[in-house]
Design a protein around this ligand. Structure first.
Ligand SMILES: C[S@@+](CC[C@H](N)C(=O)[O-])C[C@H]1O[C@@H](n2cnc3c(N)ncnc32)[C@H](O)[C@@H]1O
Length: 248
C-alpha cells in the first residue's frame, strides 16, 4: 500500500538527473500538449488569476512551469520529505536545465510574454507542501488549474488506490478547471537511487474510464516508446481535460 512505501527515502536528485537533466522525446511531446491545452483554455477564458496545484510534484518542475503564465499561486504538493526539500530549494533558484523545458513552452506567446521574468515569478507564486494527496478532499480550498504527473499509478500496486488517487486529484479542482495528467502505461514498478518503488499496471482505456466521470471535456493519448526512459513500461498516457461543472 501507499503508506508502506519509503517515500521519505525517495532520492530526488537521482530521479531528477535520470529523468529531467535533459528533455526526452516523450517529455517534449507532453510539454507541447499541455502548453497548447492550457493556452487554448485561457485564451477563451481570460478570467482573473488562477490557483494552480501540481499533485505529487516529486522532482519535476515542468508541470508548474506550464501553469506559470496564469497563476497567482501554484502549490507543489508531495508526501516525501526529500522531494519537499528538493522542491523548496528549486523554488528559490531552479536548475538551469529547466530552461530546456521552458524553451518548448516559450513557443506559445503567453509563455514568451513572461519569459524574461519567469524565475522571479516562479519564486513568488510557488509554495511547497509536504502533504498526502489522499487527504486533499478534506481541505476546504479548491484549485482552478491542476496537474498530476506519473503519480496515481506510481504510488502502489493497487488499482483501487490508482482510482482513488485520480478521484482525489479531480475533486480538488473547481468546476470547469482545466487539468493535465500523465501516467506510465503498464508500468511494472521503478527504481530510484537503488530503491524500488511500486506501480499499478494501467492502460489508456482505464485512465479514460477513471477520469471521465468527474470530467467535462477529456482527451487521452499515448506518447513515447516502450522502455524509453527506463525498463518495465510500454509508453506514457497523457490526459488533458476540464473538471466537470457539477458540484460533486
Ligand atoms: C514517479 S514520482 C512522479 C514525480 C513527478 N510528478 C514527475 O512527474 O516526475 C511519484 C511521486 O508521487 C509522490 N507520492 C507518492 N504517494 C503520494 C501521496 N500519497 N501524496 C502525495 N504524493 C505522493 C512521490 O513522493 C513521488 O514524488
Amino acid at each position: 500500500m501507499n503508506a508502506d512505501v519509503p517515500w521519505d527515502r525517495f532520492d530526488s536528485r537521482a530521479y531528477f538527473e535520470h529523468n529531467y537533466r535533459s528533455v526526452s522525446d516523450a517529455d517534449a511531446e507532453i510539454v507541447s500538449m499541455i502548453r497548447d491545452h492550457f493556452a487554448d483554455h485561457f485564451s477563451r477564458n481570460p478570467d482573473g488569476p488562477a490557483q494552480g496545484i501540481d499533485v505529487g510534484a516529486g522532482a519535476n518542475l515542468y508541470p508548474a512551469l506550464a501553469m506559470l503564465p496564469w497563476c497567482d499561486t501554484i502549490t507543489l504538493l508531495d508526501r516525501s520529505r526529500n522531494n519537499y526539500r528538493f522542491l523548496a530549494r528549486q523554488r528559490t533558484a531552479y536548475d538551469p536545465s529547466w530552461d530546456q523545458f521552458w524553451e518548448i513552452l516559450g513557443r506559445d506567446p503567453a509563455y514568451a510574454a513572461i519569459g524574461h521574468d519567469r524565475r522571479k515569478r516562479f519564486r513568488r507564486v510557488v509554495r511547497v507542501e509536504q502533504y498526502d494527496l489522499f487527504h486533499l478532499p478534506h481541505r476546504p480550498e479548491r484549485w482552478s488549474l491542476g496537474t498530476m504527473f506519473f503519480v496515481a499509478e506510481s504510488l502502489s500496486t493497487s488499482y483501487a488506490r490508482f482510482q482513488h488517487g485520480v478521484e482525489c486529484f479531480l475533486r480538488a479542482l473547481t468546476p470547469g478547471a482545466p487539468f493535465a495528467a500523465a501516467f506510465m502505461e503498464h508500468s511494472q514498478g521503478y527504481e530510484v537511487g537503488g530503491q524500488r518503488f511500486p506501480a499499478c499496471d494501467i492502460s489508456e482505456s482505464q485512465v479514460y474510464e477513471c477520469m471521465a466521470g468527474l470530467s467535462g471535456k477529456l482527451e487521452t493519448c499515448r506518447v513515447g516508446r516502450p522502455n524509453e526512459v527506463r525498463t518495465g513500461y510500454t509508453g506514457m498516457i497523457v490526459a488533458c481535460g476540464h473538471r466537470d461543472m457539477g458540484i460533486s
